[in-house]
Design a protein around this ligand. Structure first.
Ligand code: AMP
Ligand code: ZN
Length: 136
């Protein structure tokens, strides 16, 4: 259930206090200590899963439904006009805490959150090659 030395296990299960904005049997949603924007929250399962690949399907379904609910509530109470859902898996993707979590990042007009990437170009050959890889 709980993984030793996992900070999000301890937060999720209430052993370490957090600024919780939602809690049920399976999940806790709490405010990020280094927020990208005002109200940035993290949705975590109470059971330990390192990342999306480990997360049980049933909990994955519940997580996205809950994210939708909390995102709606954020719009109501924070007055944000957009929301980014961000979910990092693996160091290469920027994951720093290895307990599955979904970032809910409220967005405001002209906020300074740099959630972006540099769009590159791709050839039609490369696109075809990629499609082929997924069909094998
Ligand atoms: P990631 O880079 O996707 O693994 O995100 C980890 C997030 O957890 C970062 O946004 C951190 O600011 C946040 N974080 C780490 N420790 C805590 C904590 N004790 N309470 C709240 N947020 C935390
Ligand atoms: Zn954990």
């Amino acid at each position: 259930m709980e993984q030793e030395n996992c900070i999000f296990c301890k937060i999720a299960n209430g052993e370490i206090p957090s600024s919780t904005i939602y809690e049920d049997m399976d999940f806790r949603v709490f405010l990020d200590l280094n927020p990208a924007t005002r109200g940035h929250a993290l949705l975590v399962p109470k059971k330990h899963f390192a990342d999306l690949f480990e997360l049980e399907d049933e909990l994955a379904k519940k997580a996205i439904i809950l994210a939708k609910q909390v995102a709606g509530r954020m719009k109501e109470v924070l007055g944000c006009t957009g929301i980014n859902l961000v979910q990092n898996n693996g160091e290469a993707a920027g994951q720093t805490v290895f307990h599955f979590h979904l970032h809910l990042i409220p967005r405001y007009e002209n906020d300074m959150a740099g959630i972006t990437w540099n769009p590159e170009t791709v050839s039609s050959e490369e696109l075809q090659e990629l499609v082929k890889l997924f069909s094998e």
